[in-house]
Write a protein that binds this ligand. Structure first.
Ligand code: FAD
Length: 456
């Protein structure tokens, strides 16, 4: 079958694009050398959040006595945790397979790694394929840092660490971004000793200080050792244990090492130079507001474009690009509000500007913050850790940014996100009746901390 559209990669944007374009009558070929569903389903969101849930169950059971409930000794069967994770991943992957099969004859999945051999011409499995439109959705993979000795020791990346069936006695984690934080707390709650070594001065370095500190306090209270402001410069095997040394001279020795220092795009052997597709200095595909690359008829979506690397962002890329290909719009990639949540416990949810960004950009703002423990519902649930913070524009009263650290903050964020999307004044929250007792009441109280919204 000749193709109208080639989609390279079955990630969070590639699958719905392939499916919908086929339904719209285009002849589509989707290339995928790995497992269908890409990072999110196989080695990203789905497996991590499934395992985070197991870790939380252990944590809640250990602390149940505070609520008057006795559960006895808590132990974690890591092999059962991994089996549960695999079963849920299989279930989601089967869903993707069914979706693609359901798209009919116009969509063909080719199980091969694609490489450009010319303009809009790719090669996979020894065969060549061309199409009028090519969409790149090749995603990213864990970055391997240049650290002396790393190629001489065994270490996990974010994928392989989720297949460990025997609990590491002491897991050292290189990297204090969201992936390092989620795994750090997860393995601590499974029962391992955990040390996180972070180059920056704080965990989650993109956040404002009090947000990072809130999560650092929780981690320390759970017995996670943090070595901050310390760049790892050397690792070495010592009698089966992994010695890790930082530029500051600090050292740690764990039984296992997890490297979680960011992700690089899967563009290095894609042959982009043969197709006239420009990459930036870090290898991300350069795209304009309409996901157009420098090559006519070639588009790129998802993590490989270097935008915020989240599943919901890749999915939103698909939504906009579909409309562009259907000639319903020209652009829309830029200027979107991209929310995020770190699935630590408490979660760290964010949308819009941090206070640091507002200051750097000279944007006028008013700010309010309050401890999460002042929300009645949080006290009742015994989930008091965290802090709520919001920035508003004094001229329009619109929300410029919000950072919520608290139990299920990722859910809570969406109340503020919808106000941001609709351009409504934060006053809307003051004037609305909010169910008592809910965590959302805390958002109303937070907004009322601003003088202009205070009832006094
Ligand atoms: C541990 C971890 C946890 C995460 N947790 C979250 C979370 O909680 N929430 C969230 O929003 N995001 C999370 N993410 C990020 C999220 O998984 C990604 O942002 C999302 O999957 C990006 O999707 P994508 O469509 O860009 O590409 P991907 O899902 O990465 O898919 C790209 C696909 O392209 C294929 N491919 C690569 N090269 C070629 C080639 N040459 N030819 C053909 N196919 C190719 C790959 O095999 C892959 O299947 C997490 C990521 C990790 C690693």
């Amino acid at each position: 079958m000749q193709s109208d559209v080639i989609v390279v990669g079955s990630g969070q944007a590639g699958v719905p694009l392939a499916e919908r374009l086929a339904e719209a009558g285009r002849r589509v070929k989707l290339f995928e050398p790995g497992q269908l569903g890409g990072t999110c389903i196989n080695v990203g969101c789905t497996p991590t959040k499934t395992m985070v849930a197991s870790a939380r169950a252990a944590h809640v059971a250990r602390g149940a006595e505070r609520l008057g409930v006795r559960v006895g000794t808590v132990s974690v069967d890591l092999s059962a945790v991994v089996d549960r994770k695999n079963a849920i991943v299989d279930q989601w992957r089967a869903g993707v397979e069914r979706r693609l099969e359901g798209a009919g004859d116009r969509l063909k999945v080719v199980g091969g790694k694609a490489r450009f051999v010319g303009e809009r011409l790719i090669e996979a499995g020894g065969q060549r394929y061309g199409a009028e439109t090519v969409i790149l959705n090749v995603g990213a993979r864990p970055r391997v840092p240049k650290v002396s000795g790393l190629d001489e020791v065994e270490w996990f990346d974010s994928s392989s660490v989720m297949d460990v069936r025997e609990l590491p006695q002491h897991l050292t984690i290189m990297g204090g971004g969201y992936i390092g934080c989620e795994f750090g707390q997860m393995f601590r709650r499974f029962g391992a000793e955990v040390t996180i070594m972070q180059r920056g001065l704080h965990l989650l370095p993109g956040e404002d200080l009090e947000i990072s500190k809130a999560i650092e306090d929780v981690f320390r209270s759970e017995g996670i050792k943090l070595i901050l402001g310390a760049e790892v410069v050397e690792v070495a095997d010592e009698g089966g244990r992994v010695n890790v040394r930082c530029d500051s001279g600090q050292r740690t020795q764990g039984s296992h090492l997890l490297v979680a220092v960011g992700r690089v795009p899967n563009t290095d052997d894609l042959g982009c130079e043969r197709a006239g597709i420009k990459l930036d200095e870090r290898g991300f595909v350069q795209v304009d507001d309409g996901f157009r690359t420098s090559a006519e008829g070639v588009y790129a979506v998802g993590d490989c474009t270097g935008g915020p690397q989240y599943t919901h962002n890749a999915w939103d890329d698909h939504r906009i690009l579909y409309d562009i290909l259907m000639e319903r719009r020209r652009g829309g990639r830029e200027g979107r509000i991209v929310p995020s949540t770190v699935f630590t416990d408490p979660q760290v949810a964010r949308a819009g500007l941090t206070e640091r960004q507002a200051k750097e950009c000279g944007i006028d703002y008013e700010v309010a913050s309050m401890p999460f423990g002042q929300v009645a519902r949080a006290v009742e649930l015994d989930e008091k850790s965290g802090v709520l913070k919001v920035l508003i524009d004094p001229a329009t009263e619109r929300i410029l940014g919000a950072a919520l650290v608290g139990y299920e903050a990722g859910e809570l964020l969406h109340t503020l996100l919808m106000l941001m999307h609709s351009g409504a004044s934060a006053r809307t929250l003051v004037n609305a009746q909010i169910v008592h007792p809910t965590l959302a009441e805390g958002l109303q109280t937070l907004i009322m901390r601003l003088d202009r919204f205070s009832l006094t």
